[in-house]
Design a protein. Structure first.
Lengths: 331, 251
């Protein structure tokens, strides 16, 4: 039985809300019953500060980052007609990572805004290069080649920054950023996520219907009135904005953008346009669950979010791939 | 009326179609034939405004197709490319309904169901296309074009992957649609089917339109020999034409 899109969105939305609420219960500091009562009644209490000032923004940031990655992955897979496409493919994530690494090596690591700002600048520079290129060469194969090239270049420059890092502490700081985290995120981080989702979601909702026709190939889409240059630009802007902001807020978190659309397809939504919104909610669920594990698994230091998303998600993804392969065999 | 006026198309600097002029009034089934590399696909793509012309003009109902906004043009011209790749495992009915984008979603599905049923796919309407055979997928894609409101259908090798029975069924269906007033242009390699079903044949050779006329006038011994290196003759009345062919030594 396949759920209607509205029903699926409702279920996924309710699950996201439930996870955000449930994860208020978990954190480094165990809260007593009295502290919980304080948190609910006295807004200035320590309990309230922990629950509403630390845990809630963290949960919302985790959901926001996951939603951005899921939506970005769905847009990329739809545009490139490739189930292996993911937000990192265009090099925007690597550009954002490079920006963050430069901020840290310049000694700005303790200033969250500086690191996020530099990450955004890195993402924007890569996105502008992509958009200028798309104007001249709108073919998807060319876009992939350029994205892979930019990703490799940013990766090499990041390695250079690591190499020239003045101290092991700075290197460790950069490495920590690269592995992703939503610890200590605040309301501004949540607002950045909401802004990205609103802009990219609005753009996609209005202008990305062509992804549906692109299912049958570029020639068919063009013959059906799709402006491929405009569609490619819209998707590159949307996916880049989302990927760049996600790195700016939480560092590099792999796997979510690749896997979220696949989970939605397994739930019966195959249309690449209708897949965008549920992929965002599924991405939010993946990152929230991963962040719950980060908090619950005992470790000497806190586990990093990017490590957990990959460690937990990859086997699930393999299981999904195996089930799909088995169903194709039966067909 | 689809009008081609001295149309030329260059691909990678080479002129693949040269100076093609033709008037194609509606209500007829046009079959384009010619050996490999004759320029059939390129000409069809140019007619669908998917390739820029290096010279000449193409007009539909006296309006240049290059001046039509793409969504408007899509309402007038539907195109089935030779490439049949489908990226996602959408249900057949959803793919066929893509052709009826001018209708509300419910009406588009009804239209898609009707076209799929006419093409013998009523039992697999709700199944994903990845579970279908090559021939069934080809019919689903054809249903998408037939569900379109366009007055002109351009079909590049629509019979690829179809068994002989379905090849004939599809041609009968296209002939019906032409009789209802649509302009249908398709490319074919099977000269027997072309002779049997076409109202007019467009004979392409080395990028030029060698002839545009009824099969009796196109499938002459001279054309068959010059263009296809075949000997043969067309016999029988228009409703039961038979083309007999035999090949000549290549050298």
């Amino acid at each position: 039985m396949t759920l209607s899109l509205t029903a699926l969105m409702s279920w996924l939305g309710a699950f996201v809300a439930l996870l955000i609420a449930l994860l208020l219960l978990f954190g480094d500091v165990p809260l007593s019953g009295g502290m919980w009562l304080d948190a609910l009644i006295h807004w200035k209490s320590i309990g309230a500060e922990i629950v509403w000032g630390i845990r809630l923004p963290r949960n919302l940031a985790a959901a926001g980052v996951g939603a951005m990655l899921g939506m970005s992955g769905a847009l990329m897979q739809g545009l490139l007609r490739n189930p292996l496409a993911e937000p990192g493919l265009l090099g925007v994530s690597a550009g954002a990572g490079l920006g963050a690494a430069i901020a840290i090596v310049l000694g700005l690591g303790l200033l969250d805004f500086a690191v996020a700002g530099f990450a955004l600048i890195g993402a924007v520079v890569v996105a502008i290069i992509l958009l200028v290129f798309v104007e001249r060469f709108p073919q998807r194969q060319s876009l992939i080649l350029l994205g892979v090239g930019l990703s490799a270049l940013c990766g090499a420059l990041m390695a250079l920054v690591f190499n020239l890092s003045p101290s092991p502490v700075t290197t460790a700081e950069m490495l920590g950023w690269m592995m992703g985290s939503v610890e200590n995120r605040n309301i501004w981080d949540v607002l950045m996520c909401l802004l990205g989702l609103a802009i990219a979601g609005g753009l996609s909702f209005r202008l990305a219907k062509g992804l549906r026709y692109l299912t049958l190939g570029e020639e068919t889409a063009r013959s059906m009135g799709v402006d491929m240059v405009r569609l490619t630009q819209v998707v590159v802007i949307g996916a880049s904005l989302l990927a760049g902001l996600s790195v700016a807020v939480a560092g590099v978190i792999g796997f979510v953008g690749l896997a979220a659309p696949h989970f939605v397809r397994a739930m019966g939504v195959k249309d690449p346009y209708r897949l965008i919104a549920p992929s965002a909610l599924t991405g939010a669920i993946i990152v929230l669950i991963a962040d719950a594990l980060v908090r619950m698994i005992p470790a000497t230091g806190e586990l990093r979010l990017g490590v957990v998303t990959s460690l937990v998600g990859a086997p699930l993804f393999a299981l999904l791939a195996w089930r799909s392969a088995r169903s194709w065999m039966q067909d | 009326m689809l009008k081609l006026d001295h149309v030329s198309v260059k691909l990678s600097g080479h002129e693949v179609v040269r100076g093609v002029s033709a008037d194609l009034p509606p209500g007829r089934l046009y079959v384009m034939v010619g050996p490999n590399g004759a320029g059939k696909t390129t000409l069809l793509k140019a007619m669908a405004a998917l390739l820029p012309l290096s010279a000449g003009e193409i007009a539909l109902n006296y309006k240049l197709i290059r001046d039509m906004p793409p969504p408007i043009r899509a309402g007038h011209i539907a195109y089935l490319p030779q490439e049949r790749s489908i990226a996602w495992d959408l249900p057949c009915v959803d793919i066929a309904a893509l052709g009826a984008q001018h209708l509300t979603p419910d009406l588009a599905r009804q239209r898609a169901f009707a076209e799929l049923e006419a093409l013998g796919l009523h039992e697999v309407c709700d199944r994903g296309v990845f579970g279908l055979s090559g021939g069934q997928r080809a019919r689903v894609l054809l249903a998408r074009v037939l569900a379109s409101p366009a007055s002109t259908l351009l079909l590049d090798e629509p019979l690829i992957a179809l068994d002989p029975a379905w090849q004939r069924q599809v041609l009968i269906r296209l002939k019906q649609r032409a009789a209802e007033g649509q302009t249908i242009v398709l490319s074919l390699h099977d000269l027997h089917l072309a002779a049997q079903f076409a109202d007019d044949i467009l004979l392409m050779h080395k990028g030029e339109l060698k002839a545009l006329a009824a099969p009796e006038k196109v499938f002459t011994a001279t054309h068959l020999s010059d263009v296809f290196n075949l000997t043969g003759r067309l016999t029988g009345p228009p409703e039961a034409r038979t083309l007999t062919l035999s090949s000549q030594p290549l050298l």
